[in-house]
Design a protein around this ligand. Structure first.
Ligand code: SF4
Ligand code: SF4
Length: 221
């Protein structure tokens, strides 16, 4: 995914959760990205706010949101149920951007113009760009209403952020019993050329395969 596609996924949600660290504790608040270009994703806050201070201190932020119904339903068995949708998150490095830089932006003029207008109306407003980051789109359809599997993850990085993705794999100790494949309700395990393989994009890391494996052959990649 490129930055424009990432922005559009966030923009479809609108209000997002922004997380920083404050005196060693995570702290969240609601904000949004208002523009994008090749340099990254842009957001704003006012400099008297603790959010601004935390951003300036850490120079990092983590953002997430959910597209679709936020309601937690309950099935006949009383367990939670969710309508299809997606979550998206990004974590990365930020820097403050001057009003002059924003005025000079030539791409996405309309989006940046709105930012300029907002700063002119609220002089304490300050703008940041998330200039490199990594993240994931977690597209879920737990009842398989639109496809034959529950989950599709899409991982991304941009502007050189190091890519490190958590995933599970079947290790060499596998004895080929097939219990993991039978037990995976996400259809994330396949038998390919006699070997059991976990598809990271479909895997929820629910742990069911780890629970049923008789020889402890499934672990972090
Ligand atoms: S962790 Fe869950 S989703 Fe992933 S392969 Fe194992 S059983 Fe399937
Ligand atoms: S349950 Fe364990 S031993 Fe059996 S096929 Fe899966 S990984 Fe191999």
């Amino acid at each position: 995914m490129n930055i424009k596609e990432i922005y559009e996924k966030f923009d479809a949600i609108g209000s997002l959760t922004f997380a920083t660290i404050n005196e060693g504790y995570p702290e969240t608040r609601i904000a949004h990205f208002f523009a994008h270009d090749d340099e990254g994703l842009y957001f704003r806050t006012m400099y008297p706010k603790p959010f601004y201070k935390q951003l300036k201190e850490s120079k990092k932020v983590s953002v997430c949101g959910l597209y679709g119904s936020t309601e937690v339903g309950h099935g006949e068995d009383g367990l939670p149920s969710f309508e299809p949708g997606y979550t998206i998150r990004v974590t990365g490095d930020i820097r403050e951007v001057s009003l002059e830089e924003i005025k000079d932006k030539s791409l996405n003029r309309e989006l940046f113009d709105l930012g300029v207008k907002d700063v002119e109306k609220y002089p304490a407003m300050r703008i940041f760009v998330l200039y490199r980051g990594k993240g994931e789109v977690f597209d879920y359809d737990f009842e398989c209403e639109h496809r034959d599997h529950k989950l599709l993850r899409t991982n991304f990085t941009f502007n050189g952020f190091p890519e490190k993705v958590f995933s599970l794999e079947v290790k060499d100790g596998c004895i080929g019993c097939g219990r993991c494949l039978e037990g995976c309700s996400f259809k994330a395990i396949e038998k390919i050329h006699g070997k059991y393989v976990i598809d990271r994009r479909r895997c929820d890391v629910c742990g069911d395969c780890i629970e049923v494996c008789p020889v402890g052959a499934i672990g972090e990649k």
